[in-house]
Design a binder for this molecule. Structure first.
Ligand SMILES: *Cc1c(COP(=O)(O)O)cnc(C)c1O
Length: 370
């Protein structure tokens, strides 16, 4: 009998359940003998437009430099981000996806004696990074599927070091308005870092939607994380960023890998950031696709959680797992969310019109409502 290596892992790591990603197209093609071209993947909140052509050009132009290490400080991208969002470069941290940011802030600030507060049905990475450092997760019951900020503020104790908030939240699509968010920030003690995860903020078009960057001066304990994976369409490249107090950025900078964002990602992110037309097109497709899905759900007599993201959680009124499996056989990949405490829902990413239609047709067939 060889050594039980898992027993040697950190206690938090032993109890971890790894993140479950959306099923890759190639995997479904292999398992069901389908052609990859016939498969519709609406499982990972990816941008259905494909990347910005400017990003593809920028990557091509960077290829001859692949032999060099990337710019470990991401100078050009930080300059551009600070210009676009009126921030100081010293406030910025780049990450290998914003997932990296969530991990960096936890590793830099949280130890086993600390508590980390987040909501029920919130993004799965929050419990993972919390457990990995051996801290205590304080999961606050949701209200109408969304964050109950009053209860979250009340859950803060002297041991709390970090609070995670996703606005909009994944997988529910729920969102917080200015009054709630502002009241919450005002209540949080300064020694507690508030991580405001804005992975989907670019999709939100409401004029009065709160944007975390606007609160950084007033609340130095606030860290806002954003990503190029969703509306900017660069999920494969892994690039995200945080804006925070320069001292918080300094701490993150100390624990990150020296070259955590690769040169193709840096070049593509810089190009995408300047492609307003692409961002506008992404929003338009999302707006239309969301209406199409909602219309389809209504026709099927299904309810859903109103969403401000590029995805929507639909309530099947029964266990969703068999429906997920049946949809796979139809070549449609969506996301079961039972691991988020939502066994009757499926999360569907808003795709192109044809993809949404394929999904709705498959759902109609599978539910036998045709
Ligand atoms: C997708 C997502 C992220 C991060 O994605 P990255 O690809 O790592 O940038 C972060 N938070 C939420 C809520 C998400 O849905």
């Amino acid at each position: 009998m060889s050594c039980d290596f898992l027993a040697l892992a950190l206690p938090g790591v032993q109890k971890l359940s790894p993140y479950v990603p959306g099923k890759p197209v190639e995997e479904l093609a292999r398992e069901f003998g389908l052609r990859a071209e016939d498969i519709v993947k609406l499982a990972s909140n990816e941008n259905p437009l494909g990347p910005s052509p400017l990003a593809v050009e920028a990557i091509k132009a960077s290829l001859p430099e692949l032999t060099r290490y990337p710019d470990g400080n991401g100078f050009a991208l930080k300059q551009a981000l600070s210009r676009v969002f009126s921030l100081q470069p010293e406030q910025l941290t780049l990450g290998n996806g914003s997932n990296d940011i969530l991990e960096l802030v936890t590793r830099a600030f949280v130890s086993p004696e600390h508590e980390v507060v987040f909501s029920e049905h919130a993004f799965a990475v929050y419990p993972i990074v919390t457990q990995a450092v051996g801290a205590k997760a304080v999961v606050v019951p949701a209200r109408d599927w969304g964050h109950d900020l009053e209860a979250m503020a009340a859950a803060i104790t002297p041991a709390t070091r970090l609070v995670f908030i996703a606005n909009p939240n994944n997988p529910t699509g729920t969102w917080l308005g200015k009054p709630e968010l502002e009241a919450f920030l005002a209540k949080v003690p300064e020694r507690v870092i508030v991580v405001l995860d804005e992975a989907y903020t670019e999709y939100v078009e409401d004029a009065d939607f709160p944007r975390g960057f606007d609160y950084l001066t007033q609340y130095p304990n606030l860290l806002v994380s954003r990503t190029f994976s969703k509306a900017y369409g660069l999920a494969a490249l892994r690039v995200g960023y945080a804006a925070s107090h320069p001292q918080v950025a300094d701490a993150l900078n100390r624990v990150r890998q020296p070259f955590n964002v690769n040169s193709l990602a840096l070049a593509a992110a810089l190009a995408s950031l300047g492609d307003q037309a692409y961002l506008e097109a992404s929003r338009a497709i999302n707006r239309e696709g969301m209406l199409q899905l909602e219309h389809g759900f209504r026709e099927l007599g299904l309810s859903w959680i109103p969403s401000r993201g590029n995805f929507v959680a639909v309530d099947l009124g029964c266990e969703a797992a068999p429906v997920f499996q049946a949809l796979l056989r139809e070549g449609v990949i969506v996301r079961p969310v039972a691991n988020y405490g939502m066994p009757n829902h499926l999360r569907v990413t808003v795709g192109l019109g044809m993809e949404n239609q394929r999904f709705l047709e498959a759902l109609t067939k599978v539910l036998d409502r045709g």
